[in-house]
Design a protein around this ligand. Sequence first.
Ligand SMILES: [Fe+2]
Length: 187
Amino acid sequence: MKREEALNILKKYVRDDKILKHCIATGAIMRKLASELKEDVDRWEVIGILHDIDYEIVNRDMNRHGVEGEKILLEEGVDEEIARIVGRHNYHLIEGGIESYNTPVEIALQCADNLSGLIVACALVKGRKLSEVSVNTIRKKFKEKSFAAGSKRENIMLVENLNIPLERAFELALEGMLEVKDELGLE
Ligand SMILES: [Fe+2]
């Protein structure tokens, strides 16, 4: 599946610009993590783009988040493995929580999903200028627990289980998001 196709499917179910941008950012980070691990970059980006497809449909019901997304993707004819990964990404519903993710793609998705929000928040502090965010900025803000508190630090740190140091993940994520900064409405 191509990036464009994934975006088209996403836009059928998600209207909120903020969520669309979050999905694009998560996809961009997934692409970089895939490249670092010599995995399929297009496929990982698509997974990032599609991961919150049910966000508006479940309307904050975290007991349905992911489950509904999996159903939608299967109906849309997206391959089963991608649908399953999306279905399992809501760690609140996974027995054993975040520690139970053991495939690289699922671990990377936890990292990308949470790191995207942290980096967007960093850009907002810099007057929407993503180009002024550095790895240093991200490192500092990562340590400030009250900053972008919704970005779960433990989920981001899972990336180290893939032998990617946290600092390297910051660098990759920033590079990835810079590549799509126009789509993210950032400078
Ligand atoms: Fe997400």
